[in-house]
Write a protein that binds this ligand. Sequence first.
Ligand SMILES: Nc1ncnc2c1ncn2[C@@H]1O[C@H](COP(=O)(O)OP(=O)(O)OP(=O)(O)O)[C@@H](O)[C@H]1O
Length: 257
Amino acid sequence: MDFPSTETSLDIEGLTLAYDGKPALRDLTLRIPRHRVTAFIGPSGCGKSTLLRALNRLHDLDESVTRQGSIHLEGHDIHDPRVEVAELRRRVGMVFQTPNPFPMSIYDNVAFGLRLQGGLSKRRIDDVVEWALKSAALWEEVKGRLRASAWSLSGGQQQRLVIARTLAVEPEVLLLDEPASALDPISTLKIEELIGNLKSHLTLVLVTHNMQQAARVSDYTAFLHNGELVEYGSTDTLFTHPRLRRTENYITGRMVS
Ligand SMILES: Nc1ncnc2c1ncn2[C@@H]1O[C@H](COP(=O)(O)OP(=O)(O)OP(=O)(O)O)[C@@H](O)[C@H]1O
């Protein structure tokens, strides 16, 4: 799957990543398009989360990890020594499987990153908190109790709060690692709707075990197996006319691992 560089957000080239010398990703090359939803699918242990984490350098502190190859964000090498990792992680935000709001109020969760950046008036922070909560489709449910503890929210609301917290610092890319797998079906639907709405101004990358979910929300799908990129293409094509037998076996449930 190839996109012109003008439409590419993340350009992954020859990426090999190993834990203690054991490769989890093998020579992966793919381009992730801007303002689209790209899903990574594949059996457990195939390297989906490893690839997602590599995109905002979450492996940096893991001394067992070695890497070859490159990742460019908007044409710039994310491993360039001049890159500040905190700024990279602001631009490439990440939401994990289990909602992880901070032990503070709803408002303070969303304001957290803005206050760290500093220099914003109280009024401006109020505005951004409201905008982020609206963007995460949570505002109507919490506008009357912004000072309540984030932990008083349901699991699905907590996950949308975490998304609002991530959106508040205006990332360009949002990485979602099984964001709905701990949620009930109604909360899952809300997260899926939200993903669809966010792509008008964000690039989204989604790891999911749920193939129906990948089919519902993503524009492009990458199928990984044993750390290799097996097939990558438009979601419609990959699910209806996979090129390779391995992909077909996986999406039809004939491959379990
Ligand atoms: N921190 C780590 N240290 C050592 N090995 C790891 C580490 N994280 C992942 N691995 C190994 O790397 C391989 C890929 O794991 P990864 O979590 O990326 O796969 P995955 O496709 O996301 O799996 P799942 O769907 O089960 O979450 C697996 O063999 C896993 O055991």
